[in-house]
Ligand binder design. Structure first.
Ligand code: NI
Length: 218
């Protein structure tokens, strides 16, 4: 079985950082409570260099925060798209972006719910168990407007569902009980500073890796 899928298709190999990140800039990640995270985003209607540049920035921003997925409203852009670089439960890596994603409804008799740990870059420092289907199919477009379908299982299915929730204006806390939500926010209060310090350090470390002024190592 191929070990890497890019835009839903198997490839033989892929760099550790997606090429988009080398062109991108780091943007600020929005946090729970900011309006842009709690309303449905607008469909993307313009496919061109601005969209491609946004995707580049989203990849780099995701990497400096050690994320497995990032939606546009997490960098304060009110548009329906997300990027991902995520391992599934079989250790297969999935990398890509999807524009105007729609999660396909699955037959309830064929899906199984997994109640496993989930975090979010916009809820820094918290991890809570959230029930999610063990399989997900998302349909949408690529940055050039071509139709695209991405399927995932296990943790990658969780990622696809989580990111599609984001573009609809939902964070995973919305799926928790009031008591669990309070617990998640308590974890944020405890660990937020530590998470931000780690992101700052990673930003410095990645700058040297992605900087075009550094000659390639032989
Ligand atoms: Ni998230």
């Amino acid at each position: 079985m191929p070990r890497v899928f890019v835009q839903g298709r198997p490839v033989d190999s892929y760099p550790r950082l997606a090429p988009e990140a080398r062109r991108g800039a780091v943007r600020r990640i929005t946090e729970v409570g900011e309006e842009v995270l709690h309303k449905s985003c607008r469909d993307v209607t313009e496919f061109g260099p601005d969209l491609a540049a946004l995707i580049d920035d989203m990849f780099l921003t995701m990497y400096v925060a050690d994320g497995a997925g990032l939606a546009a409203n997490q960098v304060d852009v009110d548009l329906r798209l997300f990027v991902y670089d995520c391992l599934d439960d079989d250790g297969v890596r999935h990398v890509g972006h999807i524009v105007n994603p729609v999660l396909e409804p699955l037959d309830p008799t064929e899906r199984r719910l997994l109640d496993e740990g989930e975090g979010c870059l916009s809820v820094p420092g918290a991890v809570m168990d959230v029930p999610r289907p063990d399989r997900a199919v998302v349909r949408g477009l690529d940055k050039d407007g071509n139709p695209l379908t991405v399927e995932g299982t296990g943790y990658f299915a969780r990622c696809l569902a989580h990111e599609t929730d984001h573009v609809s204006g939902h964070v995973y806390l919305d799926r928790l009980s009031g008591r669990e939500r309070k617990e998640a926010l308590r974890q944020v209060a405890d660990r937020r500073d530590e998470v931000f310090a780690r992101r700052a350090a990673k930003t410095e470390a990645l700058k040297s890796q992605v900087s075009p002024s550094v000659p390639p190592r032989l």
